[in-house]
Design a protein around this ligand. Structure first.
Ligand code: ADP
Length: 480
């Protein structure tokens, strides 16, 4: 890849960092220790749930405050986008145009649902009258990763707020700044003290304390499959809290012979390079049918070479640095595995030393990748694509499904029969036909297989934070 212009547009303002303490019970407070911080935050959330106004107020009142919260986000878009760029190396331009404003809309979507939560009336037998109540599940622990600090914060927090839950959010240790800012905005919007607590801290201490806490009713986790397993174990060994997990992926993109070459190459490229490949739904395996293979690969490699890597505050840059050294080293190790295992390196494969700082990795494409190679099996979480050629539809389905993951998949074809058949055959939670990364607040998102269970987005996510109570009463002539 080439690299960006060193002279940043003077319009980008690097913000002063305003909030660095923990947010517990409506106040910014100093940390004591990860475990004690979690205890204090859970106490506050427990009290706000058991005795506070939030779960008891009319849904329309919760909605009003959530709408105000969303407006406050819209009023601070640039500052918030800059915080995520500083923390994670994410493109400022994308944060400003997409992550931050779309998160305000996520709040609005669930605000709209807050006064439409209701159960059913049941007949049971003739002698009974029964109904169901959809009640907030209680105190929720949200544990989120560093790759989408804002988007994931609101995918978790918004439906839980609408449901009437109280919560404690633990952002990733790499990216705590925007979460603390959101806590401040929540208070300004009138979200009562104790409802939304933010505790920054490390995974094995603060995260673990949440998962094993006896006073937390549910934990909603996004992160690696490896940690997802630990989360579930801790939940099982403590109070059997409800768990939902959005974990890793190794999503296939299948390009058929009849695809438009330019469009397919564009999808394949964005599918792996968006957010520097640090995205759980990255199309990290691309299967190309033999008839279009040569043309497609030529185009894809050309585009990868023209991709602009550099300072994430520079509006011309398309790819910033990886989040930290650990991630950078992990990606480079996988690239070495790819070379050693016999995959063909078509482009990239090296770190980029831009001005001597930042963990930049070249857009990297391997061809002739086999399903048993590490670069085809493991989630790399970086700009590293594994390409393979296929002949028949059945072969494509079989190879696409030969993974322990099942988060998403893409199909590029003009043939409706092929698109429909393949969609049904792929074991993944989201299928994108002739598009990729098409998300929406009303579109449920979550994994199959070892990509986890439970949905973020859609009304499914609202129901994740509700539980159903059945209320039964006999009629006057009942034998009871
Ligand atoms: P990634 O590989 O994307 O960093 P992780 O699964 O390591 O994903 O981290 C996702 C989130 O899980 C982070 O907030 C991290 O602090 C937290 N975490 C890490 N280890 C644990 C643990 N043992 N228990 C609970 N949370 C953890």
């Amino acid at each position: 890849g080439s690299h960006g212009n060193d002279n940043l547009e003077s319009s980008v303002k690097i913000p002063t960092i305003k909030f660095t303490k923990l947010f517990v019970n409506g106040e910014f407070v100093d940390s004591i220790s990860d475990k004690e911080d979690v205890d204090l935050a859970v106490n506050a959330a427990r009290h706000a749930f058991d005795d506070g106004p939030w779960p008891r107020m009319p849904g329309s009142e919760r909605a009003k405050r959530m709408m105000k919260f969303a407006d406050l986000i819209d009023q601070n878009v640039e500052e918030l986008a800059a915080l995520d760029t500083l923390d994670a190396g994410k493109l400022f331009s994308m944060g400003k145009a997409v992550d931050i404003p779309s998160s305000a809309d996520t709040l609005r979507y669930y605000a709209g649902a807050a006064d439409k939560i209701h159960g059913d009336v049941l007949k049971m037998s003739r002698e009974f009258h029964a109904y169901t109540l959809h009640e907030p599940i209680g105190v929720v622990g949200h544990i989120i990763p560093w790759n989408f600090p804002t988007t994931l914060f609101f995918l978790k927090v918004s439906p839980a707020l609408a449901a009437g839950c109280t919560m404690i959010v633990k952002p990733a240790e790499q990216t705590p700044l925007s979460a603390l800012y959101y806590a401040h905005l929540a208070k300004l919007a009138g979200i009562p003290d104790g409802v939304l607590n933010v505790v920054t801290g490390f995974g094995p201490t603060a995260g673990a304390a949440i998962c094993s806490h006896m006073d937390i009713d549910a934990v909603s986790f996004t992160g690696s499959t490896e940690v997802g397993r630990i989360v579930m174990k801790a939940a099982a060994e403590s109070n059997l809290k409800v768990v939902s997990l959005e974990l890793g992926g190794k999503s296939p993109l299948i390009i058929f012979d009849d695809a438009d070459v330019d469009m397919a190459a564009q999808l394949a490229l964005i599918g792996i390079l968006y957010n520097k490949g640090e995205i759980c739904v990255a199309s990290s395996r691309v299967y190309v049918q033999e008839g279009i293979y040569d043309k497609l690969v030529k185009k894809l490699v050309e585009m990868a070479k023209a991709w602009v890597v550099g300072d994430p505050f520079d509006p011309k840059v398309q790819q910033g640095p990886q989040v930290d050294k650990e991630q950078f080293d992990k990606i480079l190790t996988y690239i070495e595995h790819g070379k050693r295992e016999g995959a063909t390196l078509l482009t990239g494969g090296k770190p980029l030393a831009l001005g001597g700082k930042g963990y930049y990795v070249e857009p990297t494409i391997f061809a002739e990748v086999k399903e048993d190679m590490l670069i085809a099996k493991d989630e790399i979480f970086g700009p590293v694509l594994a390409l393979a050629k296929f002949k028949t539809i059945d072969e494509a389905i079989k190879r696409a499904n030969s993974t322990r993951y099942g988060l998403a998949a893409g199909i590029v074809t003009k043939d409706l029969d092929v698109a429909n058949t393949v969609s049904r055959s792929l074991r993944a939670g989201t299928i994108w036909i002739n598009c990729y990364f098409a998300f929406g607040n009303d579109c449920p998102f979550g994994g199959y297989k070892m990509s986890g269970f439970g949905k973020d987005s859609g009304l499914e996510a609202l129901h994740k934070y509700l539980q159903v109570k059945s209320v039964v009463t006999p009629l006057y002539n009942s034998p009871w």
